[in-house]
Write a protein that binds this ligand. Structure first.
Ligand SMILES: [Zn+2]
Length: 245
């Protein structure tokens, strides 16, 4: 995970238009006692929302940093789950979830197929679950989430890499929980990072030639290009590669 600066993005028109109206309706229903809501995926998953999220995320999954193929739209993930919420897998499922944030730009992230099918889902652990906001009148500021939102908190303060292996930095509880819930230590994902790191190291070693032979000019240029992409965050697995530069 890398820091994603939401101040550089703008709220997609679908959310400020249809999303705002739909939120007003949801709040009204909740005030009348409703606990089950239906959400319109055409609003939070609208083309302009995905487009702006892709830009904000450098075309990558917000969690595992895998490149989102151009052929798939990517899944819009609600940081605070909209329909129902759970502190931990072995604890009760609470309804409703954060319904009032279903169309809220600050609550949306884009994720890959893999993270969508295996990771977070309805989990949203807090350091003190008794402080959880249960309706739109409650103040989110009272909550201390245990999960990293890469548009709110700088992930490098909580997560670090030793080669391709991820771990919590200085035992950070937020780092620990995020690794567990987002499954950043999944063996398959770790192997993908390992392969990427091997390739990067091979190219970087070529770049160390002081007077490169003509036949290594191309990989050398590629290594330099890749290093720039890692620094800017546009490369896959930038968080891991930055620590191995
Ligand atoms: Zn992912």
């Amino acid at each position: 995970m890398i820091w994603l600066d939401r101040s550089k993005a703008s709220t997609p028109p679908t959310l400020s238009g249809k999303g705002k109206l739909a939120t007003t309706k949801l709040k009204r229903l909740a005030s009348n006692g409703a606990k089950n809501f239906t959400f319109d995926g055409k609003i939070y998953g609208a083309v302009d929302v995905r487009k702006e999220l892709r830009k904000l995320h450098f075309g990558k999954c917000a969690f595992c940093e895998s490149l989102l193929p151009q052929t798939t739209a990517g899944h819009v993930e609600h940081f605070r789950p909209k329909g129902e919420v759970q502190q931990n897998l072995n604890e009760p499922i609470l309804k409703p979830g954060y319904y009032w944030l279903a169309y809220d730009w600050s609550n949306l992230l884009l994720e890959c197929e893999w993270c969508n099918s295996r990771a977070k889902r309805r989990l949203f652990p807090l350091s003190d679950p008794s402080k959880r906001a249960r309706d739109h009148k409650a103040k989110l500021i009272n909550e201390t989430p245990l999960l990293l939102n890469p548009t709110v908190t700088k992930p490098e303060a909580h997560i670090e890499f030793i080669n391709e292996e991820v771990r919590a930095k200085n035992g950070s509880p937020m780092g620990q929980k995020s690794i567990e819930v987002y499954r950043l230590d999944d063996p398959g994902l770790t192997e993908v990072r390992r392969n990427k790191l091997s390739l990067f190291r091979a190219l970087r070693d070529l770049a160390k030639f002081a007077n490169p032979q003509p036949e290594v000019q191309q990989p050398l240029a590629e290594a330099r290009r890749w290093q720039r992409k890692i620094k800017s965050g546009r490369s896959e697995y930038s968080a891991m590669l930055r620590q191995n530069l």
